[in-house]
Design a binder for this molecule. Structure first.
Ligand code: TYM
Length: 327
């Protein structure tokens, strides 16, 4: 059975970008593949979180994963820092990762621009740690959003390079997986591009209905189309992109038609989108609260997940050490 691995950094609650870009695929894949999902708490150290927040944030994501429908009996969920083997593989990949290529990674360059006073080595070597997460389990497929494409390319590069240097056919090159076969980039509704934690424009799965509706109703729009069948400006396309993933095809067709005939009323579109998002998040939100109240269960899931992850990790590490020359 093909193997699947993916993770999310615990730097806040899950937002719609995380959900449509990744977690929705996790839930779909757990029935068809040999899956493992994790919480990338080491990756979150690049932004220096407070010690008291680290375990708490990981638990939050764990409860949210479960609330979205990941079944730990089908797909173990683990916390990255519970599987120390990842660090050893990270070290080996770092020995074969070059400054120039790491500096050229777009997300690194963006961070350098956004946080010039915290350009740490963890940020630079972020792709090697991500490659270790993936290759540790010899994943065939990795469900991720569009923004992770370059990191996936780096993971394939590190796999190929390892094989070439040691003259083995050991690591497979992992592929990205996208729900509905299309890489998604969920936009923010503030006109700024991607929905993201550092962009501060997120709609969270745990937002109550009033908050969620308010965020949608405040979405940036324009004066409306003046020519039939005209292309949509970015801020309008953003609303339609969310509708594509959150609403039924009929609803989408209806509003596309209204756009094309210049009869669109953004207020109606937003109300419909907000209602569809509320319907999606309502049951999830209720389950988040239930899981969060059950710390014992969360601990058990994380413990079981860590055991399962360590088993494959230890096997890979023993083989990698052998290949590299450590006995
Ligand atoms: P992170 O924590 O930034 O995001 C987690 C997942 O959510 C997706 N995502 C989005 N998808 C579509 N539109 C958006 N606006 C949006 N925002 C976030 C991301 O593509 C991602 O799939 N490097 C990873 C975490 C990681 C990882 C891994 C992932 C560490 N090791 C190994 C896969 C495999 C990250 O920072 O994702």
């Amino acid at each position: 059975m093909e193997k699947v691995v993916s993770g999310i950094r615990p730097t806040g609650n899950l937002h719609l970008g995380n959900y449509f870009g990744a977690v929705k695929s996790f839930v779909k894949m757990q029935d068809e593949y040999d899956c493992k999902f994790f919480i990338a708490d080491w990756h979150s150290l690049t932004t220096h979180p407070k010690p008291e927040d680290i375990r708490k944030s990981a638990k939050t994501i764990l409860a949210e994963y479960l609330a979205c429908g990941i079944d730990p009996e089908k797909a173990p969920i683990y916390i990255q820092s519970d599987v120390k083997e990842v660090l050893e593989l990270y070290l080996y990949f770092n020995m074969n990762a070059y400054l120039g290529e790491l500096e050229r990674v777009t997300s690194f360059k963006e961070k350098v621009r956004k946080q010039p006073d915290n350009v740490n080595a963890g940020l630079l070597t972020y792709p090697s740690l991500m490659a270790a997460d993936i290759l540790m389990h010899k994943a065939d497929k990795v469900p991720v959003g569009k923004d992770q494409e370059q990191n996936m390319e780096m993971a394939r590069l590190f796999a190929r390079r390892f094989n070439r240097i040691y003259e083995v056919e050991y690591f497979k090159e992992p592929e990205s997986f996208h729900f509905n076969d299309k890489a998604v980039k969920i936009p923010g509704l503030d006109g700024s591009g991607k929905m993201g934690k550092s962009e501060g424009n997120c709609i969270y799965l745990c937002d109550d209905e009033k908050t969620l509706t308010k965020k949608v109703m405040k979405a940036v729009t324009d004066a409306g189309p003046t020519e039939p069948n005209s292309p949509k400006p970015d801020v309008i396309q953003n609303l339609f992109t969310l509708m594509e993933v959150a609403s039924t095809p009929d609803t989408l067709d209806y509003f596309n038609e209204k756009w094309n005939t210049c009869e669109i009323r953004y207020g109606d579109l937003k109300k419909q989108l907000a209602a569809d998002l509320c319907n999606l998040t309502r049951p999830i939100r209720e389950r988040i609260l239930d899981f969060q109240a059950n710390d014992e269960y969360l601990n058990k899931v994380a413990r079981m997940g860590a055991e399962a992850a360590r088993e494959t990790a230890a096997k890979t590490l023993a083989e990698v050490r052998q290949i590299i020359g450590f006995k």
